[in-house]
Ligand binder design. Sequence first.
Ligand SMILES: *Cc1c(COP(=O)(O)O)cnc(C)c1O
Length: 410
Amino acid sequence: MELQQGVYRIQGIDPHALVKEFGSPLYVYDADKIVSQLRTLKTAFAASDVRIKYAAKALTNLSILKLLRKSGSDIDVVSIQEAQLALRAGFEPAQIMYTPSGVDFNELIACVDLGLTVNIDNLSTLAKFGKKYRDTYPCSIRLNPHIMAGGNLKISTGHSNSKFGISVHQLPEILETVSAHNIRINGLHIHTGSDITESDVFLKMADILFGLAKNFPHLKFMDFGSGFKVAYKEGDVVTNVNDLGQKLTKAFNEFCEGYGRKLELHFEPGKFIVSESGHLLVRTNVVKKTPTVTFVGVDSGLNHLIRPMMYDAYHTIINVSNPGGEKKQYTVVGYICETDTLGADRMISEVREGDLLALKNAGAYGFSMASNYNSRFRPAEVLIINGQAKLIRERETFEDLLRHQVEIDI
Ligand SMILES: *Cc1c(COP(=O)(O)O)cnc(C)c1O
């Protein structure tokens, strides 16, 4: 969203017009931003045979998945349902990486039947997999490198107490299992968490994988997961993907020479691709002055955007209806009967009841984590593409709240 001649617009469209047509609250995504973020990554790592596997869980709307497929992305899924959405969006099974955590073995079998690339994250499953498939179906393994990285503990997945991945210290057990069943390991994978800003962390992970690779002669790819950080507010430190691209592709290409074969370099970004494309538009219901704080109460809350409460995430909030207004301090809160602060002590252009606010960075883990808490409807989603606003999900209705309820006689 940009200020153009004093008015906020997304690809030239006034957010007020969107809310007038599709109602409030409303998730709005800018297709151009999604495509340009994908291009940025592909360009940064172009010196290697790079594949971007968009992490579907960030935003699973079919139209977004289609847009990414058409723009040259592959996809990473964490459940068979996400895989089915990806197939529905037109991805080929070979483009889909399935990276589950602690799922029923039957789901893994179903994903093999679909022809997905299967990524295994524990020794017990690896043994079961080997017993069933031996060398007939390759798999990759998710390793835990024991690196503390990422913005905070909840989004760090590669430290020693994390549930994710097989510890690199268990390499002997991995190798024993692999050779006992003659398993073909086609990929090594590490995902250490979100919001990593240091190129050095990625390079350290890379070194660990390069060191292990000689034990696995059938590799086709290495997957460095994600963790690319985007800006949530002005002046935020972000991952310098061009710097990382230069350093990592150089190291990766040198490694491939030693390994004897060119491998594919995989990443699975979610946030980097879709975060900044999304805005949650909300309407101001009440402005409530207390002796100490001025609250702005909006027609949304943690049911639609849980990140501020769950991760202490910072989402910049702008007053779309009064861009030139005098900046005042507000605490923006939701309408849920629970503390649901969307932004505390923010300087925002003067807010009046009825004003439209926009929460930025709402593309990733916004709608995909939304719920019906307080029996509220989940919002509609709109994609702005080629200068046009397209409805890509309808707002829920009362029927949706009743859909799976079984009403018995009491
Ligand atoms: C969630 C997840 C990602 C995406 O993380 P972002 O921080 O959104 O980029 C990538 N890979 C795996 C395995 C994940 O679980």
